[in-house]
Design a protein. Structure first.
Length: 277
């Protein structure tokens, strides 16, 4: 398996040639592109990772995924009576990874799950990374390149958006121990801090106001939920021509207490704030 540095050098060469108009370079360097996808699939490479406390997105890795879509052939596959026609095969090495997969959950080649992940009937897209012990509950979706931490619970129907383009854009990140309530939607590179708790139906985009009510004066954040914050969906008043409307926002109403027992801490939060989950 080539090193990260080797792969990066090779893909940067491909990017330079392709963006200079040499479109045939993708076929000529197909092996390097596929090697990058294999490294993602085996967990040896990540689209985005935390380095010295900061999340860094590897644009060259996302470009390799986009190039893979360009050169991969359409292939028909069959599962019982069902027929599919797609460029990307499904992931198949769950036993080796010690990942539990409940039918009809699917994960695409190029995604990775650490040991102990449980996939209820759900979907994980290419480039995504799911940390150890995380539960991806029924009908939850983990979009392309999303980064999900260890011990996270993505409740039923959660939608984690994918971010492939532009290649420099950060993916959605859910850090370790977070609890994402049912039918929440997280898109446009939103980051959820460690052990944060989102009530059901909370929708966060890069521009959604996240209003922190914990310190007397309201503070408005965007694109980021702090560690252990407890978040509820809400609306806020907006004056427009002709009257008043109410636009979506989210409210940070409290904080999950620091605890070595995350389950106990979570149960206390759910009781104290009567959160819909």
């Amino acid at each position: 398996m080539p090193t990260h540095a080797d792969l990066r050098t090779k893909i940067l060469d491909v990017i330079e040639a392709y963006e200079s108009g040499k479109e045939n370079i993708l076929k000529e360097r197909e092996r390097d592109i596929f090697a990058t996808l294999e490294a993602l699939d085996q967990g040896n490479l990540r689209v985005c990772e935390q380095i010295e406390g900061e999340w860094k997105t590897h644009e060259w890795v996302k470009k390799a995924i986009l190039y893979y879509f360009k050169i991969a052939p359409m292939v028909e596959t069959a599962v019982g009576p069902f027929r599919y026609h797609d460029k990307i095969p499904l992931k198949t090495n769950f036993r080796d990874l010690n990942v539990r997969v409940v039918p009809p959950a699917t994960a695409r080649f190029g995604s990775f799950m650490e040991p102990g992940v449980v996939l209820m009937p759900s979907y994980v897209n290419i480039g995504a990374y799911v940390g150890a012990g995380t539960m991806v509950d029924t009908w939850a979706t983990v979009g392309s390149c999303a980064q999900i931490g260890k011990g996270v619970h993505l409740s039923g129907g959660v939608g984690i958006g994918g971010v492939l383009e532009p290649a420099a854009a950060s993916p959605v990140i859910v850090e370790d121990g977070a609890f994402i309530g049912s039918r929440c939607i997280l898109v446009e590179g939103v980051r959820i801090g460690k052990e944060a708790v989102l009530a059901a139906n909370t929708t966060l985009t890069a521009s959604t106001p996240i209003i922190d009510t914990r310190h007397g004066e309201f503070q408005t954040l965007k694109g980021f939920v702090p560690e252990r914050a407890v978040v509820l969906p809400g609306t806020r008043e907006k004056k427009v021509q002709g009257g008043t409307i109410y636009t979506s926002c989210a409210y940070i109403v409290g904080e999950r207490k620091a605890s070595t027992d995350q389950k106990t801490s979570l149960n206390q939060v759910l009781r104290e704030f009567a959160l819909p989950v």
